[in-house]
Design a protein. Structure first.
Length: 168
C-alpha cells in the first residue's frame, strides 16, 4: 500500500505562444485599418475627366439610339448579300437594309456610301439600344409580309432585305 500515484505531467502546449502572435497580428491589422480609413485618404479611385466625359458620351449614345432603314432612292439593281445573289432589283422607296445605331446617320454611314449605293437613311424608331434592337428584329421578321415583298413573284420574294445578310 504505500505506493504513490505517479504524477502525470501535461505536455506544454504552444497555445499561449499562438495566442500571443494572433493577438499581435490582430492589433497591427487594426492599427493599419484605422490609419487608412480615418484620415480620408481611402477615397475610391475616380476616372480622369477625359475618361469620365467619354463614359458619359457613350451612356448617352446607348440611351439615344435609333432603328433605321436604308431605302432605294431610284429604281434599279442594288447589292444583295443573300446566298446565291449578287444584286437585287428594287423600286424607289423599297427597303434595302434595316439596322440600329447609337452614332446617328453619319456616325454609321458616310455621305459617299449613301450616295454610291443610291439609298436614303430613314429613322423609323428612337429609343435606348435595347428598344431599337427589338424594333429591328420585328422589322426583319416582318419583312417577308411587307406589301413590297408580297407583290413580287413567289420565287423572287426575299426572307429579309437584300443588304441584311443574316438574321441575328
Amino acid at each position: 500500500m504505500g505506493a504513490e500515484k505517479p504524477e502525470v505531467r501535461k505536455p506544454k502546449t504552444q497555445t499561449s505562444i499562438l495566442t500571443l502572435v494572433g493577438g499581435a497580428t490582430l492589433l497591427v491589422a487594426l492599427v493599419i485599418f484605422t490609419k487608412v480609413y480615418s484620415n480620408g485618404e481611402s477615397e475610391a479611385p475616380k476616372l480622369k475627366p477625359k475618361e469620365q466625359a467619354k463614359l458619359e458620351k457613350r451612356l448617352k449614345e446607348i440611351d439615344d439610339s435609333e432603328q433605321y432603314a436604308l431605302v432605294a432612292g431610284i429604281n434599279g439593281w442594288y447589292p444583295c448579300l443573300h446566298s446565291g445573289r449578287t444584286a437585287y432589283y428594287l423600286n424607289t422607296g423599297e427597303v434595302w437594309k434595316y439596322g440600329v445605331t447609337s452614332k446617328g446617320q453619319f456616325g454609321r454611314y458616310s455621305e459617299d456610301f449613301l450616295f454610291n449605293n443610291k439609298v436614303s437613311y430613314i429613322v423609323e424608331f428612337k429609343g435606348n439600344i435595347a428598344e431599337c434592337l427589338k424594333m429591328e428584329q420585328i422589322k426583319l421578321y416582318s419583312y417577308p409580309f411587307l406589301p413590297e415583298n408580297l407583290t413580287r413573284s413567289p420565287e423572287e420574294r426575299l426572307p429579309r432585305p437584300p443588304y441584311n445578310p443574316i438574321m441575328r
